[in-house]
Design a protein around this ligand. Sequence first.
Ligand SMILES: NC(=O)c1ccc[n+]([C@@H]2O[C@H](COP(=O)([O-])OP(=O)(O)OC[C@H]3O[C@@H](n4cnc5c(N)ncnc54)[C@H](OP(=O)(O)O)[C@@H]3O)[C@@H](O)[C@H]2O)c1
Length: 330
Amino acid sequence: MKRIELNAYGIPEDVAACVEVADVGAPDAGEVVFDVIAFPINPADISFCRGGYRIKPPFPATPGAECVGRVSAVGTGVAHVKPGDLVINLQRENWAQKRRVRGDDVIRLPSDVELRQAAMLRINPPTALLLLSDIVDVPKGGWVIQNVANSAVGRLVISIAKGRGLRTVNVMRRADVFDELKALGADVCLLDGPDLAERVKAATGGAAIPLGLDAVSGAATARIAACIADGGTVCTYGAMSGENPQAMSVADLIYRGVTQTGFMLGRFLARRSAAEIEAIYAELCARIMDGTISAPVDHVYEIDDIRAALIRAQEGGRAGKILVAPNGLI
Ligand SMILES: NC(=O)c1ccc[n+]([C@@H]2O[C@H](COP(=O)([O-])OP(=O)(O)OC[C@H]3O[C@@H](n4cnc5c(N)ncnc54)[C@H](OP(=O)(O)O)[C@@H]3O)[C@@H](O)[C@H]2O)c1
């Protein structure tokens, strides 16, 4: 079977190789074996390859925080999934043709869920959901501002916010996607820039915005902070600029009492029981199936084409996510 392995951390397309490895074997008691149908290349996977992610396993290291797969065998004592079932895996190392994992780590999906969306279910949809649930209780009709609004997470935030009756100011670095985001329910779309707070004020009629979501970091964090109402919160959950958040102004921090905080999905899911986590994924899967939430896909690659896939995943201006389908294109 094929698997992506790193033997050094560095430029992703140079350090990631598709190699032939021994089969995963039959499942032991309590284990599940599944064929990986597809996995996305997320920004965190790129950081992992570069050695900049919070976990840095010894070599050979296999990336891959999420995937969708089809169960091929289950060990004794596994009752919640059976061969043929679609599953997502809550553990890592998914850039491979096959996985053998603890049964407790897989969640069964309905058989008719769209496979490309299912491959991207594990991380970005709950991130968008919890960013809107766990940081600030924004009342119905209230506003949220976010940057990287055209990212997968950004689009999910727009759709979930819309469903809750919240309004969104969406900030990004290109204008060609404004119409797409407005079709999803975005109320205001703006280009990021130094006079952002003034433009937000004009576009929202001076609305008080209690929550700002930031995944650019660097100077962009302070720009979002300047748009937040007195006593509001800026939550940084990503760093697409590759920089640490720049300190917000004294006025925003001290005079206006804006709070700066951070979000990591694993940390926020860990506050919940296994049953609650399963319920979150069931709800998000239902939203995928009724078409309420989705993330666009730019291109699907074969596992042998991991180099091209990684190069494309790092290019700006993509039309959506990059997926890899290790057992045949979907
Ligand atoms: N903390 C968590 O638990 C968690 C969970 C999930 C995701 N995230 C973070 O959420 C962010 C979005 O992830 P995703 O999977 O939704 O991304 P994605 O769909 O791959 O999209 C990447 C986005 O980043 C923008 N971008 C790239 N480089 C940029 C730069 N230097 N400055 C400003 N914008 C830039 C792109 O803009 P263009 O379209 O203009 O190229 C695009 O909108 C990432 O930072 C990711 O790490 C965090």
